[in-house]
Design a protein around this ligand. Structure first.
Ligand code: GLV
Length: 391
């Protein structure tokens, strides 16, 4: 059994164990991948303020996200095709999240369906919606999420069209994977993955196949999004969907203070400062760099969550100290899942929890709620000075 001490250990195992097509899907940003890289490297620019001789007993990472108790403010982000990273991946990740006391978010583009995940878990999970042209499909999906007991809708706003990720096109990414000489040769080297996959029936986009009419090629994320995602999604439509849902609403993909103000008008319970893990608008600023401006703008009026680039508990602490109430991990839990299934997701969460707890202690804090900018050393000009901005 390998000794896992950090997320990178899971990443190395993940890379060895999962077919290249799905590894590349997770490990890509759009175009030049500048935003994808900077989501991580901008965290490194921020340093921590070491404090000493502070009583460190009875620490707590517990908090709430949109009113829900969480063992730490780190949710699992919605990730498409999770069930291709490991057979039954969404079910396993949801179970791991439940065991760790953090929320799980199911993607519209999951392999296991809403009902599948509900059947195999006992706590409500959050459902992430992509808005499709087909309103009947959207309405029916909301109804299914409600019936499955989902207690929040995470509406993604930054993917009306798909950002281009070169490797996915070159690999012919699809679920189930298309059998080409190259993909077969690669999959033959991933024995454990293949054996697990052979034993499950869940190999298609479970929320879509059998639920949407007139589906063209539902196995390909790129052709499905091009055909079906609604490019007309605007704030009126967001409002209509929010009203239809009627429950807790999290708006994901906000990277601009003006959009954050619009999100408030729709009545979002939280917004997620996000650039979709650097997978959409390449050239946008990193999430951690945009976070302070958005916190200044709307932080007193709604909950601010963030994702993008979190690979450690230190990163979580930095985001919380800059004003995020909650964070999400995507790739960090996928590494665990691909490496070791449910146990790997539990390990990823435990690695991050321990890092957060120890970092908090060494910063002289006992409670995540007490974290603030005074725990950080943020380089001058971190937000950047941009023409037409910062006026
Ligand atoms: C969307 O699901 C993505 O691939 O980023």
């Amino acid at each position: 059994m390998p000794v896992i001490t950090e997320i990178e250990d899971l990443h190395r195992l993940y890379r060895r164990r999962v077919p290249k097509m799905f590894y590349d899907y997770c490990q890509s940003g759009s175009w030049t991948e500048q935003t994808y890289r900077e989501n991580e490297t901008d965290f490194d620019l921020i340093r921590l303020r070491q404090r000493v001789a502070v009583d460190m007993e009875n620490r707590s990472t517990a908090s709430t996200m949109i009113g829900r108790d969480v063992a730490m403010p780190v949710a699992l982000a919605p990730v498409g095709l999770t069930g291709m990273q490991h057979a039954d991946g969404e079910i396993l990740a949801a179970q791991a999240a439940e065991a760790a006391g953090v929320p799980f978010t199911l993607s519209t583009m999951s392999i296991c369906s809403i009902e599948d995940v509900a059947e195999h878990t006992s706590k409500p999970f959050w459902f992430q919606l992509y808005v499709m042209r087909d309103e009947k499909f959207v309405d029916a999906t909301l109804e299914r999420a409600r019936a499955a007991g989902c207690d929040a809708l995470v509406l993604t706003l930054d993917l009306q069209i798909l950002g281009q990720r070169h490797k996915d096109l070159k690999n012919g990414l699809s679920a189930p994977p298309k059998l080409t000489p190259a993909s077969i040769a690669n999959m033959m080297t991933k024995v454990r993955w293949g054996l697990n996959m052979a034993q499950t029936k869940r190999r298609f986009f479970g929320n879509i196949v059998g639920h949407a009419d007139g589906v063209g090629d539902a196995s390909s994320l790129s052709s499905w999004t091009a055909e079906q995602f609604d490019p007309r999604l605007d704030w009126d439509k967001v409002k209509r969907i929010a009203d239809k849902w009627g429950g807790k609403l999290i708006l994901k993909g906000i990277l601009d203070a003006e959009d954050a103000r619009m999100a408030l008008q729709v009545g979002a319970d939280a917004i997620v400062v996000s650039n979709h893990g650097g997978r959409q608008l390449d050239g946008a600023l990193s999430s951690i760099r945009m976070l302070p401006e958005i916190v200044d703008e709307v932080g007193s009026r709604t909950e601010i969550h963030m994702d993008g680039g979190i690979r450690s508990g230190q990163d979580v602490l930095k985001a919380l100290a800059l004003g995020a109430r909650g964070t999400y991990i995507g790739r960090a839990f996928i590494y665990g899942l691909g490496a070791m299934g449910r146990k790997g997701v539990e390990t990823a969460l435990e690695v991050i929890r321990k890092e957060l707890d120890t970092t908090m202690a060494l910063c002289g804090e006992k409670n995540v709620h007490d974290l603030g900018p005074n725990n950080l050393l943020v380089p001058k000009g971190f937000r950047g000075e941009w023409e037409g901005r910062n006026a």
